[in-house]
Design a protein around this ligand. Sequence first.
Ligand code: C2E
Ligand code: CA
Ligand code: CA
Length: 736
Amino acid sequence: MTASSYPAPGIEAVLESSPDALLVVTEDGTILRVNAATERMFGYTRDELLGQDHRMLLAEGFRSGLQRLFFALRKDADGGPLTTDADADAGPAADAPTSPMSPGFPPVEAYGLRRDGTEFQGEVACSLLAQDSDDAPATMAVAVRDTSHRLAADAGLREAMSLLSATLESTADGILVVDGDGRIAGVNNQFISMWGIPRELLATQDDEAVMGFVLDQLVDPAQFVEKVTALYAAPSAESNDILDFRDGRTFERYSRPQKVADKVVGRVWSFRDVTPARIAQDRIAKAMADLAEQAAQLKALAFQDPLTGLANRQLFSDRLASALLGPRGAAVDVLLLDLDDFKEVNDILGHHAGDQMLIEVGRRLRECVRSNDVVARLGGDEFVVLLVGSPDAEAVAGKIVESLRVPLWIDGTMLRPSLSLGLASLHEDAVDASELLRRADVAMYAAKTAGKNRYLRFRPEMMKSLVARTELEAGLRVAVDAGQIAVHYQPIVSSRLGVVVKVEALARWERDGETVPPQQFIPTAERSGLIVEIGTEVLLKGCTELKPWLAEDPFRSLAVNVSGVQLQHGDFAELVLAVTGSCGVDPRQLVLEVTESVFFDDDCHVIQQLIALRKAGVRVALDDFGTGYSSLGRLQDLPVDTLKIDQSFISMINTGEENLPILSCMISMAHGLGLTVTAEGVETPAQAEYLMNLDCDLLQGFLFSGPEAEPALASAIARSAGAFAALRGDRVAGLR
Ligand code: C2E
Ligand code: CA
Ligand code: CA
């Protein structure tokens, strides 16, 4: 009998009677058709199966398998990876080979799931079904053969697989298993969601595409690839490292070989998202770094002068102490310096200007020394420099004094600060830090006394003058109490009348038969506050002794020097008026001489005192005008009646032929403001002539008379008038 002699059954009948379960499944996994064997094998009726998801027929752990096969088939059919729509349109699937079992896709082993919940082992084969038209949805034919008879012995394996699969799915780590050929053998759901890999992409089994997707997310993909390559070169190696994602996440990557009976068959990669831990760790690290930085800042602040940024006293002391502990014979020099007349800058130009000056001085000091030398501000306008191992400390001291020669500009005002510097060095005689500083201080004081703007090295004799200073103060106190403060009077001549119209009272200290000059004891008296008593004494004696002379002519007056300390002290105005009242002197015959700096005291009390006194008729003279930081511009705002031009300007007149615009300017400006002008320290006829030509109102100086005690005053006054007449005679003679 030949095949043609049998009646040909319909293909439908063949399918229905096939011993294998046959299904047609859509791309999304929906069951379109089943045969009778399917009903038998799985225990469902046809109606129960049609339209359902085919995965209901697969045991757990095998459910993604069919879909992946489907994708693989389609890819195969299209002759390339199924990636873009453009690719899909390029060639119709129908043109592709449609052999149901292409050699690249052998049947796969899987477990089926029956309606009653029991599982069985089977073999699944798939093929793409030819489509009626190009745009008909793709479908796949699936054949399932029950192979449980073959594998009853493999129940243990099956159990292990299901256990493994359940374990893999329950872990928080993402797991990827790669086989010996480097192909993806399996992943768990966690892996897919951690990496955000689209299921379709995974289903394509296009490992390269999956790898590209993975690499795209990494900060350093090259390092990832390098690691993978290295591990493939050493199949049994384990590794553990960190992956940084571009989106900020961090994974821990662990890799170990997959072995079967000691043979490496693949590699397991496990990934753990450690981002929260890393963020917490980063936070802690940052907090620690911040703390360390703050601590460093605090430490720096504790040793830094906030204004100048220089070292402070504390740091200087520490450095000096350790320098003194250094090797014997190493040079250690302390340069202590103080700005001259800094208080005036602060008083006249304000604290801001004072601060600017301190900052600039600090900057210049730093420029004078090496970077490892310490420059510190001790407070106020006092600075100190510590030189360790310097070959020539005096050269540095000289350089520092010199560095202030260049004027500095602050708020549009040019200033020429100067400083007095004391230098003390460590020599053979071991001295401690405080002694070294004390010596530098003594030398600095000596530099000030010697005329400021200089440096002096400490010499033991200087200690004597320090002792003398202390003795002076003690002696002055005794002298004040014992009434040893006398008053001398210097005549002041009117250049219009040619007679003495005013005398200036000047304090004298008669000490053991010697006269101590005011320059020596007035600063001491101001520092100790004794000036209050001395000033009152001078005023009282002056008013008492000069009352008769003043009474002779109401246009005569008595000038008394008043220091700022007195003005700040109590009710000065009341005291002055009480003295004039008790002595019977008209307040209009009293002139108080003050220096410009008293007006710049923050305390407006001083100005109020002067205003009150002027109301009572007392006049105010601005003494020593032109020295320090005085300015013509501010004159108009001050409550004064007279300007006393300092002797330093008068001494500029030598021959009388010179052109001194500053003098003429001062005098005419003062006149313009309604002030009278007195010239101090007139010593030569040429000076007197010059000043009279400039219309200076009053002349005072040795040319007429020096200060004299009251008994000698009458003759001093007569002598002064005589000197003036002689001057006039010269003038008249000159005119003739
Ligand atoms: P001063 O107020 O500028 O006084 C003028 C000073 O110049 C006086 O010095 C006077 O003797 C001196 N003198 C006057 N004519 C000439 C001259 O032609 N050539 C030179 N080279 N000098 C001349 P004295 O008496 O030594 O006083 C010095 C300073 O002591 C005074 O300067 C004043 O600031 C202060 N002083 C003196 N007595 C008192 C006082 O009772 N109270 C206060 N607070 N200070 C006083
Ligand atoms: Ca004076
Ligand atoms: Ca003066």
